[in-house]
Write a protein that binds this ligand. Sequence first.
Ligand SMILES: [Zn+2]
Ligand SMILES: [Zn+2]
Length: 232
Amino acid sequence: MINVLFPSGYKCVVCGAEIKPNVFSVCDTCFKLLPHIAGKVCLTCGEPLFSDANYCLNCKNTKHSFTKCFAPFTFENQIVKLIHNLKYDGKKYLAKPLSNFMFKCFMEQNLKVDLVVPVPLHTSRQKERGFNQAEELCNAFVSHGFNVNTTCVSRVKQTTTQTNLNKVERKENLLGAFKVNSRLDVKGKVVLIVDDVYTTGATFNELASVLVKAGASKVFGLTCAHTMLNKS
Ligand SMILES: [Zn+2]
Ligand SMILES: [Zn+2]
């Protein structure tokens, strides 16, 4: 009976149960268990807030080059697994459902953007991985007819992995990492930068500052997940 109701081969990307096709590719149970960000968030970085403040501790004391970042999930539980599977196990098919979650989150912000720019990888890193996960996470924007530009900026510095670096080290590590190849593409434009995870915001800051210097009028950021650092 179940095989008659549900077309075979269509599975929840979290638990593997057979499901009816849906844009998020998750079953109802897993959907509910995902670490959705809902409620009050930092007006700058999108971190969930548990106080009356409008900004998290990090953003209260730091000036950012981007206007605002947001994400549908916190970087916890199954989302960590899905993003790791996408990035390190080459499970590219996971980008589509994750991208659909990100697109929904973007639409809820009511923003008008001219250009969508995935955070570029250095060519050697991209060669090693075979693809750029940030670019794959833009695919819902491609299907909705957005101007997704993968060539206007490139990563010119091979940075060491950020994982074990603190906030200051991450910032230094990224200095000079990005270069705008085509000022014409970004001049006067509202840009949305897309990446998989927001951690300290160092990547967004560095890329946004390069884009603003090249004439972008405003820069927003969208990630699949936001790492909880402050718990403020
Ligand atoms: Zn499931
Ligand atoms: Zn913040």
